[in-house]
Design a protein around this ligand. Structure first.
Ligand code: FRU
Length: 451
């Protein structure tokens, strides 16, 4: 790849080196550090030659970039080391990932599940294919079988993978193993097709019964699930003997333009996702990179629903009671607004002249508008909201409204009353005005800088 001399990057979000990144993979705590791997193409700023990039942190706030963990080219993974997961066991770190072989393309492509091991958590040795097409029941397509998420339950290992029923749609399949090496099929989690074309990147949290499922080409539901791929959460009960998952509650993970393939740490209630979307242009390519992760998010179950809050290292620098309007300067940092009896609200972010990103309360819902944000982002979506560069999020009916906005170079993540909305934006690099206008019984504004 042509190296870019201009190395502009987000300040505190994970990106790879030069190149392209997508899905987070293998989130795990090993030897006292949080490890995040991710899909990485070091050769260009578009998808290709899937490697596993690697970053680690002791506090989930400051990340050290580590050498590439997996590169394609071996048995089962000739053309890509696709997404997967990690587990610490017997003093080693194990990666269970999808090996991709292109063959002649289409139906001849093969996706199999491979294993790799490491003693130091940095250098990995491949162990080869452990769930091949032979372990996949015949009614599922061997060219759409990927993204294993592994966990331990009792004295066995289990994994859930994305799959596709031949002549049907996306499924989630469960396999079990007593040693991570030989696996057998257990069952089909939902026993029916997903709503979109194909599932991807499942993540299951055994302790909480929380399942994340990403899905290609979902049917829109009103003004939600408009992105070309979406992610749903489910709380429920998984039967480890049959593989059947009974859903108690479900919802959308994020209302924004750019959020996909979330993964979580098994033993920490922390999740992060790819903050980008398939089928869009990437204005950051000119800086030599495309794609980044969301900030790590604390996840909890409140009244049966998934609630996310950002984990960022920040120090308060401005605190103010806002009567009506207020102006500040913030390019990267965290803004925290608490309003009681909120009636009207408009927030312009990363503003410079006529360029800004707007969050406003319109007709009882939050409207996020990136039509004037800066460099245009054009995607595959053709619905009116997408063409207008708009995303909407419900406003909960409560006396106190709590808004947290995390701003970094090229992204805005918004958390309001337990819902999240994440999007990339490409404003002028020096755009830093924030204008808040609000009508409420009381409103407090706090800005923190990232430390
Ligand atoms: C999801 C996905 C996965 C696949 C990976 C390849 O974004 O399509 O299903 O393993 O990306 O990079």
């Amino acid at each position: 790849m042509k190296k870019s001399n201009n190395k502009l990057r987000p300040v505190f979000h994970i990106t790879g080196g030069d190149g392209w990144i997508n899905d987070p993979n293998g989130l795990v705590v090993f030897n006292g550090r949080y490890h995040v791997f991710f899909q990485y193409n070091p050769y260009g700023t578009s998808f290709g030659a899937a490697h596993w990039g690697h970053a680690a942190s002791v506090d989930l706030k400051h990340w050290e970039s580590l050498p590439v963990a997996l590169a394609p080219g071996d048995d089962g993974d000739a053309d890509g080391c696709f997404s997967g997961s990690a587990i610490a066991h017997g003093g080693k770190l194990w990666l269970l990932y999808t090996g991709f072989t292109r063959n002649e393309g289409g139906d001849t492509e093969r996706q199999v599940q491979c294993l790799a091991e490491s003693v130091d958590g940095v250098n990995f040795k491949k162990c080869g294919v452990v769930i091949g097409s032979e372990q996949l029941p015949q009614e599922y397509a061997p060219n759409d079988f990927r993204d294993p998420k592994v966990w331990r339950h009792g004295d066995k290992f289990y994994c859930v993978t994305a799959a596709r029923k031949i002549g049907g749609g996306g499924r989630l399949l469960m396999f079990s193993s007593s040693d991570l090496t030989s696996w057998e099929f257990v069952g089909d989690l939902f026993g029916k097709d997903c709503r979109g074309k194909m599932t991807e990147c499942p993540d299951y949290r055994d302790g909480d019964g929380l399942l994340f499922m990403s899905e290609i080409a979902p049917p829109p539901d009103g003004n939600t699930h408009l992105n070309s791929s979406t992610t749903r959460w489910f709380y429920g009960a998984l039967d480890h003997t049959t593989g059947v998952f009974r859903v108690a509650d479900e919802g959308i993970c994020d209302y924004g333009f750019d959020f996909y393939a979330p993964q979580s740490f098994a033993d920490r209630p922390v999740m992060l996702a790819w903050m980008n979307m398939w089928g869009r242009n990437n204005p950051s390519s000119k800086y030599g990179f495309a794609g980044m992760m969301t900030v790590p998010r604390r996840i909890e179950k409140v009244d049966g629903k998934l609630v996310q809050s950002p984990i960022v290292g920040s120090r308060e620098v401005v605190r103010k009671i806002v009567d009506d309007t207020f102006k500040d300067n913030v390019k990267t940092g965290v803004v925290d607004i608490t309003a009681t009896g909120l009636k009207e609200c408009e927030i312009l972010m990363r503003k410079k002249g006529g360029a800004y990103t707007k969050l406003s309360l319109v007709g009882g819902e939050w409207v996020f508008d990136r039509s004037r944000s800066g460099e245009p982002i054009v995607g595959d979506e053709k619905d009116p909201d997408s063409l207008a560069n708009i995303r909407r999020m419900p406003k909960l009916d409560r006396d106190k409204t709590h808004i947290i906005i995390v701003l970094d170079e090229f992204s805005i993540e918004i958390f309001i009353d337990w819902n999240a909305l994440s999007s990339t934006v490409y404003p002028p690099l020096d755009a830093d005005e924030l204008c808040l206008s609000v009508k409420a019984d009381a409103c407090e504004y706090i800005r923190s800088e990232i430390v």
